[in-house]
Ligand binder design. Sequence first.
Ligand code: NI
Length: 142
Amino acid sequence: MAKRAETPVLARIGVAIEQKLLDRFDQLLERRRYGNRSEAFRDLIRAALIEDRVSEDDRMVVASLTLVYDHEKRMLSDKLTGMQHDHHHVVISSMHVHLDHHNCMEVIVLRGKSAMVRKLADGLISAKGVLFGKLVLAEPSA
Ligand code: NI
């Protein structure tokens, strides 16, 4: 017999919030093209829950790491590549874009335990010559 999809039970909550803060929030929702506040609140709650879970050291995570760096900085490209080879079991894929004569962007996809992924990302981001670095963690199946 086919299993019927469960209808989620909706709970309604009231939130007290300063008018000024709510006005700013509404402006943000407009810029982000939210149709209503409820969906925006749900997304914020989901994001907070995911952020909390993926910060657990032993949690399996997937992640994207974006780096912008000056490839003319001495040995930097070799250093960044070397660090990724040292963690080849965590590095799934990477894409390299030559932004201009000096700067490169690298987007690296990582998968592994949260602590290991964050440690590798911290090492890459803090390497001298890396101008920008941002790690986005997610769950393999959210
Ligand atoms: Ni390049």
